[in-house]
Design a protein around this ligand. Structure first.
Ligand code: ZN
Length: 105
């Protein structure tokens, strides 16, 4: 069994309530501090954060790749040049597939 994907640390000002210091739990069980309203702190395992960061970075690269032809088409349209080289069907299919992936997130 691997470590918890995330843990919660009780509000910092609650640490005086326990001789062993601030408490933590794998679930969000701590109430906000009744005096100052400070919430619990959520920590997420670094490897999970890095994996999500990489996934987002990959998605951004794909967005650039898929939307590139549209930006190029815009440039060509604004210059009133020949649009014969546009591959509109593939570009639209790529945009559709990308939007589907984004909607799954
Ligand atoms: Zn407090």
């Amino acid at each position: 069994m691997s470590d918890h994907p995330e843990i919660w640390l009780e509000p910092k000002c609650a640490e005086d309530n326990h001789p062993e210091g601030r408490q933590w739990c794998q679930d969000d069980v701590f109430s906000k501090c009744p005096e100052c309203g400070e919430p619990a702190t959520r920590y997420i395992r670094a490897d999970i954060v890095e994996s999500e960061r990489q996934r987002t970075s990959d998605l951004i690269e794909e967005v650039k790749m898929v939307l590139g032809p549209f930006a190029k088409a815009f440039d060509e349209l604004s210059e009133w040049s020949d649009l014969g080289e546009m591959n509109t069907y593939d570009d639209l299919a790529g945009a559709h597939a990308l939007l589907s992936r984004l909607e799954e997130r």
